[in-house]
Design a protein around this ligand. Structure first.
Ligand SMILES: [Zn+2]
Length: 839
């Protein structure tokens, strides 16, 4: 029973993965390739840490050349990365990168798996990584991935022997893979998993090495490669009109949020894998050496193999439906083999081939993209047989109903049938949002309790239809998830997954509200109806010491999809304080506290994410001098909005507007993150910025990466950036110049201002500077020497030049009080004298 449920889940999730924007259909070449793949019973699991770590050249080669069932196990969903295509960070970025991986796998033919490990940001050492992750849980998930996918061969992207030389997540992924290899076949390890699956021993384990592991091609050429296998991953596939490396480039170009869009590659190229563990190889270049990857591998498989090999050898490209009798014969034999694993895997493949050969078109579309429990939805079913085969639609089952709907209709060639059916979404339906975000995660781990969900890329679709068919007399059930199909005049036909959403959701306009004094603020709550005729009220949950008026506000929304905005007045406490507020919508006695976030990009399917609606409120003790701030944008950050929240007037200065006259008006100019890495105009404009300082201005430069600085004169004095960073957000900060004005005016900065920081202290600190600079702070990760370049100040002419690698851009959106207070001091630099005179 449990096994059945698992198979069903895996099965459904794969169908959904195939459904990008449009359902996948196969041409003759693709059917032929699917038949070739059907005849290979071998599998490869590629393991690394992040979305975009995977070597798509090798994954594509294993999938398209070797024809192995190939999967990529990414331990994390990449929440800790940057987002180059939009504002989503953290969990929402993890959702985007999950979908980018699925898009990459649709391109290179692989499958996708995950663990519950959370990408918490950069980690210098695997020891730290494994401490922040729950090592035992992540190891359990790697074991689970191996026991359920059952790979013959595992290939690690990273070298387990290089702790401390690369991202700790990378090395940890390789270390966990090695550890798992030794225990997956031991029933005493993680025995609870064996309620749902069986033990498994992969045959061998490799490391996907490369010349860059050895510093240079020359060094690599000199190596003894007797324990390595090599593959030409530049193979040309005539049936696709593409070479393997071209496919690989298309796949890795799906990682658009990481700026991976790139040119394709062609021509012969070698990849190397180094043997690490398992049964040693003779000299053959076959990773499956010693494993029978033909149908003879499974008991009862020989007869199936004979039929399917003949289909492959005599494949009819003009009319693939001619093979239906043989395919159906193989299908019947396959249902009776004892090996559950291969039966499940190959049945899914074979069904897709049968469906494609018959030119079957089966689709269920809803009249709405989403619906709440207990609401009614109209479904349109399209059923079409585009072959001359004898096919009957016996019945169909809606997943929301216990019983099927009998049809007993013959599907005449190319005569489309349309049915309409109304369904009521069951009251107890679970929402379709990403399952790993259902409950709060920790810094290191997602919290998923259901063993059968662990590792799945997506939440299995809740509403689907089983079409029960008789194809040439053989009963076959084909399952389709409900989709929403629509068109736009300027875009054409579009698809979205059909979602089950709460009857009501609420969101706050900001993630953080900063109160720079004890004045009250009005906060807007947007309530959105997930069904028609919503009436109820909304109230706020808020921390002790704060006050919110009024207590309750009435909600009345007539139509699904409409919103109602209500305003609450929030009064902060008299002293520094922080907490969180949550709008709670009460409908018929039940509270709803989630917000719905929609993610819409063209390279991935439309995503609907549900997250607890919660914002941070912070009462700051903060003093400010100067009000008029100019901001020159870099790679994108929310620093301008954050400064506006504490009352500054922030003007965005476009590169072409950087002129002496324009700069003159500002109390301070702030450079956005990585501005000197990406803004070409700064080559010509930097002198105006330095002149602005000389004339008494105050220039604050946030972090830039050490490589690819566009200007030669980053600072008025010698200043060299490095890769020094402090990744521990709690690392002790030592104040080097306690009497320096920047640390005393107008706010007295102390160690308490470095409490509650998130993700890291800072990055790309300068490591060399001329004597004009004063370093104000020192910090370091454990086991490293002191880094003193986090905050450097120099007088230049009448003004102040300030360079800081501190991660203000991360701390502001997290509402970290000390970060605001310190930044207010940076903006106030040099204002002390004038204030004193005024007083
Ligand atoms: Zn990585």
């Amino acid at each position: 029973m449990h096994q059945l449920r698992l198979c069903l889940l895996l099965f459904i999730s794969t169908i959904v993965s195939l459904q990008a924007q449009q359902p996948k259909t196969y041409n003759s070449s693709e059917i032929y390739e699917a038949v070739q793949k059907l005849n290979v019973l071998g599998s490869v699991l590629y393991i690394a840490a992040h979305p975009d770590d995977e070597n798509t050249r090798l994954i594509s080669y294993m999938s398209n050349e070797v024809k192995a069932r190939t999967a990529y196990l990414s331990l994390t969903r990449g929440d800790g990365g940057q987002n180059l295509i939009g504002p989503e960070i953290r969990e929402l970025l993890g959702v985007i990168r999950t979908q980018e991986l699925l898009a990459a796998r649709r391109t290179d033919g692989g499958e996708q798996r995950f663990t519950r490990a959370n990408d918490f940001g950069y980690s210098k050492h695997p020891d730290e990584t494994l401490e922040i992750w729950n090592k035992d849980d992540v190891l359990a998930d790697v074991v689970w991935a191996i026991r359920t996918f059952k790979p013959d061969v595992i290939i690690n992207r990273f070298d387990h022997r290089r702790a401390g030389e690369t991202h700790g997540h990378h090395t940890a992924s390789a270390m966990l893979s090695l550890e798992a290899f030794d225990i997956t076949n031991d029933a005493s390890e993680y025995p609870l998993q064996l309620e749902f699956t069986e033990t498994w021993q992969p045959k061998r384990l490799f490391y996907n090495t490369s010349w860059w592991r050895y510093g240079s091609q020359e060094e690599f050429d000199k190596l003894d490669k007797s324990n390595m296998l090599t593959f030409d991953v530049g193979r040309y596939y005539a049936s696709k009109g593409k070479s393997n490396n071209e496919i690989a480039a298309l796949a890795s170009s799906q990682h658009l949020s990481q700026g991976f869009g790139r040119l394709s590659d062609r021509g012969s190229q070698n990849e190397y894998i180094e043997f690490l563990k398992g049964e040693s190889l003779n000299t053959s270049a076959n990773i499956f050496e010693g494993i029978d990857t033909s149908w003879n591998r499974v008991a009862g498989g020989k007869a199936i193999g004979n039929i399917l090999k003949s289909v492959e050898t005599n494949f009819n490209f003009r009319n693939p439906s001619a093979h239906l009798p043989q395919l159906l014969e193989a299908y019947k034999l396959l249902q009776s083999i004892k090996d559950k694993h291969w039966r499940t895997v190959k049945t899914k493949e074979l069904k897709a081939i049968i469906e494609a050969c018959a030119g079957l078109y089966l689709e269920v579309s809803a009249n709405t993209p989403s619906a709440a429990p207990s609401s009614d939805v109209k479904l349109t079913m399209e059923v079409l047989n585009r072959s001359s085969s004898n096919i009957n639609l016996v019945s169909y089952n809606l997943s929301t109903l216990g019983t099927g709907i009998t049809k007993n209709m013959s599907l005449a060639p190319n005569q489309k049938l349309n049915f309409e059916d109304g369904i009521s979404i069951p009251n107890n339906s679970t929402y379709t949002a990403p399952y790993w975000l259902n409950t709060k995660s920790t810094l290191g781990m997602y919290n998923v309790k259901d063993q059968n969900l662990i590792g799945l890329p997506e939440t299995p679709r809740a509403v689907f239809v089983d079409f029960n068919l008789l194809i040439e007399g053989t009963p076959i059930t084909i399952t389709k998830p409900v989709v929403y199909r629509y068109s736009k005049p300027d875009k054409g036909e579009l698809y979205r997954p059909f979602e089950i959403i709460p009857i009501v959701s609420a969101s706050l306009s900001h993630k953080v509200y900063i109160f720079e004094n004890d004045g009250q603020k009005d906060i807007e709550v947007t309530v959105k109806a997930g069904k028609d005729a919503i009436t109820g009220f909304v109230q706020m949950a808020y921390p002790d010491g704060w006050q919110v008026f009024p207590q309750k506000q009435k909600i009345e929304i007539a139509n699904k999809g409409d919103i109602q905005n209500v305003i609450f007045t929030v009064i902060p406490p008299k002293t520094q304080n922080e907490g969180s507020i949550t709008p709670m919508v009460n409908i018929d006695g039940e509270f709803y506290t989630d917000e719905i976030i929609e993610i819409d990009y063209t390279h991935i399917p439309f995503q609907t994410v549900l997250m607890p609606s919660e914002s941070k409120v912070v009462r700051l003790n903060i003093e400010k001098r100067g009000n008029n701030i100019g901001y020159i944008e870099g790679a994108g950050d929310v620093v301008p909005e954050s400064l506006r929240q504490i009352g500054y007037d922030v003007t965005i200065i476009k590169p072409e507007q950087i002129t002496p006259e324009n700069l003159d008006d500002f109390d301070a100019i702030v450079m956005g993150i990585r501005a000197y890495n990406i803004v070409d105009d700064l080559v010509f404009k930097q002198r105006f910025l330095l002149d602005y300082v000389k004339d008494g201005g105050n220039l604050i430069i946030q972090y830039n990466t050490s490589r690819g600085i566009k200007v030669n004169n980053l600072a008025p004095y010698d200043l060299q950036l490095s890769r020094d960073r402090v990744t521990d957000e709690n690392a002790l900060v030592r104040i080097l110049e306690p009497n320096h004005p920047i640390l005393n005016f107008p706010n007295k900065i102390g160690l308490q201002d470095f409490e509650g920081w998130v993700q890291e202290r800072g990055l790309y600190f300068p490591n060399k500077w001329s004597k004009e600079f004063t370093p104000l702070l020192a910090s370091n990760d454990s086991g490293e020497n002191s880094k003193e370049g986090a905050l450097l100040v120099a007088k230049y002419g009448k003004g102040n030049y300030i360079y800081t690698g501190l991660s203000f851009f991360r701390e502001f959106p997290a509402g970290v009080p000390g970060a605001y207070r310190l930044f207010a001091n940076l903006l106030s630099a040099g204002k002390q004298e004038s204030t004193t005179q005024k007083n």
